[in-house]
Ligand binder design. Structure first.
Ligand code: CMP
Length: 140
């Protein structure tokens, strides 16, 4: 099925100047970028986005990291977009990520792991709505 998923290129990858290289991987896999924006998250925005992780021990470090610089948020659309994006990203911990994945190639640690991607259809809908009003998503 044609799906949409939310992608965030995190502050570490933005600082490394690899936004374009990462977007090329999405396009090369047949995903289309149907919304995109660079933004500096506030602490409240980052906490809200990662609210499901609020009780986890890594929450404070995660939020501190996500507000350490601008991020590039986009909506990817295509056949099986959610799983396709997760395959492109590789495992959360770059040490465990398969060769050739975005995290294996660009991430430094489980915190500075280059990208975020929605993990399921329900979370994708919530995450997309968090950053993009429906009228700013340009479905093909
Ligand atoms: P992300 O896909 O953005 O979702 C939550 C983030 O928390 C995750 O990527 C990691 O960058 C970060 N994180 C740090 N420690 C852990 C952990 N032990 N398990 C899962 N995520 C972690």
């Amino acid at each position: 099925a044609i799906e949409r998923t939310l992608s965030i290129i995190k502050p570490d990858a933005v600082k490394k100047n690899v936004i374009g290289q990462i977007l090329s991987r999405f396009e090369g896999a047949g995903l289309q970028i149907v919304a995109a924006r660079m933004t500096q998250l506030s602490r409240a925005e980052a906490e809200g986005f990662y609210a499901v992780h609020a009780a986890r021990p890594f929450f404070k470090d995660l939020v501190d990291f996500m507000i350490s610089g601008p991020v590039f948020v986009s909506v990817l659309e295509g056949e099986g977009a959610i799983l396709k994006n997760r395959d492109l990203m590789g495992a959360t911990d770059p040490k465990k990520a398969d060769k050739g994945t975005i995290r294996a190639d660009f991430a430094d640690s489980i915190d500075a792991n280059a990208v975020h991607g929605s993990d399921a259809a329900e979370t994708a809908a919530v995450e997309i709505a968090y950053y993009f009003p429906a009228l700013n998503v340009y479905s093909r």
